[in-house]
Design a protein around this ligand. Sequence first.
Ligand code: ADP
Ligand code: 5GP
Length: 207
Amino acid sequence: MSIFASLLRRQVRTYSTRPIVVSGPSGSGKSTLLTKLFAEYPEKFGFSVSHTTRQPRSGEIPGKSYHFIDREKMEEEIRKEKFIEHAEFSGNLYGTSLDSIQEVLKSGKLCVLDIDMQGVKSVKKSNLNARFVFISPPSLESLEKRLRARGTENESSLKSRLDAAGGELDYAKLPGSHDIIIVNDELDTAYSKLKEFVFTDDSSTKH
Ligand code: ADP
Ligand code: 5GP
């Protein structure tokens, strides 16, 4: 039995214990929705804190939002196989370490990952047996507006995020790429749909 399977078996099975992978274009509202979920259910869900080589944004907490790391060190850790998946996104490295997943599983909480499409594809090949949620913006125009309004990007990083959004949206159209697609138009409606999905007991489907 894999290390993940044995840790998952220890969780109380009142709802699906399969990890939940949330993906979607940058700016589609993943962090906003997950922040609400973690605030409402702090004991039920645990965030898999990724590593990234990008600079912290104002308000981000090292070790909580991300493990911020320099490229050289991250490349070394990738070589040492510390990551279950990693990807280059918008000029920076991002990755999910084995340790970050295990930390959540050991706490007995349901593990939630926020990763890009490349990460989704890698996780599907792993033994994590995750469920996949895609958060879609209502349109590319509203995505751009939201990203601009967030005030975190310069023109170049904004452009690369919008370019990547096209690929994410195309991938989401492929049958079976995700278990649910939630259009984040009105926030409370999208949040209700997310909650409905995460509390559905679906322990069997294997990707
Ligand atoms: P992501 O984590 O997917 O990159 P964020 O959660 O940071 O996206 O959301 C991008 C921006 O859009 C943020 O400024 C957020 O406040 C805003 N936002 C999120 N959801 C909505 C919504 N339903 N309606 C309007 N603005 C939203
Ligand atoms: P941001 O810089 O906006 O926080 O994240 C940019 C993109 O990287 C988002 O699509 C986010 O989901 C993705 N991302 C964050 N952490 C990881 C990770 O560990 N692995 C992968 N593959 N993508 C990640």
